[in-house]
Design a protein around this ligand. Structure first.
Ligand SMILES: [Zn+2]
Length: 300
């Protein structure tokens, strides 16, 4: 089955903060693996090749207001833009903290118009609620530029604040800007019902399943239930996107195995007996290819 990975990251230790490197070491220790201090684009390309993934969407994060960063905001945009410049299989977003005011607005416009960034990644755990009225000029600009936005939701790293990452704080934005395409990352884990509710209510809101390979590898039933629930709420299949959060969960399940797992997914008998409808391979195709193609690649 054709696949677009709707949620990946690339970085090297030259472009992220000391604090993020520390957080990576803490996370690695918790899981008993080697910390991932570098994840260059060549690693992503190799994993995509192994897994048979045709396209991926890179989502940079702007932590420049909280931490000392080696690159300025514009340098960081340019760094990511350059990574994908001669590669049709990759697109990048611009990572931007909306508390940056006018400077941020100018950068959003420049990133899209001059650097070919295809969307805006928002990372609320850096310390803001996305539905703050102060940020509405950003959503107006994103609507004008006709770019999608991906908002990190749920679980975050050691030094960020998870209270900002609840799906409920996206609802107002989705309602006030009905034309704006919004993706709630990770189906809001652990606020899954909240994410599905916000998506069910707002036709402009989708969810991505990146990170769910952790459940697939250990307690797949949790994933099946989420999909069953999403189907009942009509979020699945048209507003769910497949993704990985590469390279963060390779230790749980490789990109290749995650593609294989999701391509063949079927709800187990006990869920069907409880009244959940079975899912079809046509629906999986929407999640793994068509929805992301429509939202991120102009239907191509
Ligand atoms: Zn991510």
């Amino acid at each position: 089955m054709r696949a677009i990975d709707a949620h990946v990251h690339t970085w090297t230790r030259e472009i992220i903060s000391q604090k993020d490197l520390d957080a990576r070491r803490i996370a690695a220790e918790r899981t008993g693996i080697e910390p991932q201090l570098d994840s260059p684009v060549v690693n992503l390309k190799e994993a995509m090749k192994q897994a048979g993934i045709e396209r991926a969407v890179i989502l940079p994060i702007d932590s420049g207001l909280n931490q000392d960063m080696p690159l300025t905001l514009t340098e960081k945009t340019d760094w990511h833009a350059q990574e994908v410049e001669h590669d049709d299989s990759l697109i990048t977003f611009v990572g931007l903290d909306p508390r940056r005011g006018r400077e941020g607005l100018e950068e959003l416009r420049r990133a899209v118009k001059e650097k070919n960034c295809k969307g805006w990644k928002i990372y609320p755990p850096n310390g803001f609620y996305p539905d703050d009225d102060d940020f509405f000029s950003y959503y107006e600009l994103a609507s004008e530029l006709e770019i999608p936005i991906v908002i990190h939701q749920g679980f975050t790293s050691r030094f960020k604040h998870v209270k900002y990452a609840r799906p409920i704080y996206v609802d107002k934005v989705a309602a006030e800007f009905p034309q704006l395409k919004i993706v709630l990352a990770h189906v809001g884990t652990p606020w899954v019902s909240e994410a599905l509710m916000v998506s069910a209510k707002n036709p402009n809101v989708s969810v991505d399943v990146s990170g769910w390979q952790v459940f697939a590898s250990r307690i797949p039933h949790k994933l099946y239930e989420m999909i069953g629930e999403a189907k009942i709420m009509r979020v699945f299949p048209n507003r769910m996107l497949w993704g990985s959060d590469f390279p963060l969960f390779e230790h749980a399940m490789s990109l290749k195995d995650w593609v294989k797992f999701f391509s063949n997914i079927q709800l187990p008998e006990d869920l069907i007996e409880r009244g959940y409808p079975q899912i079809t391979s046509k629906e999986i195709e929407l999640v793994m290819w068509k929805n992301a193609s429509r939202i991120f690649f102009g239907g191509q």
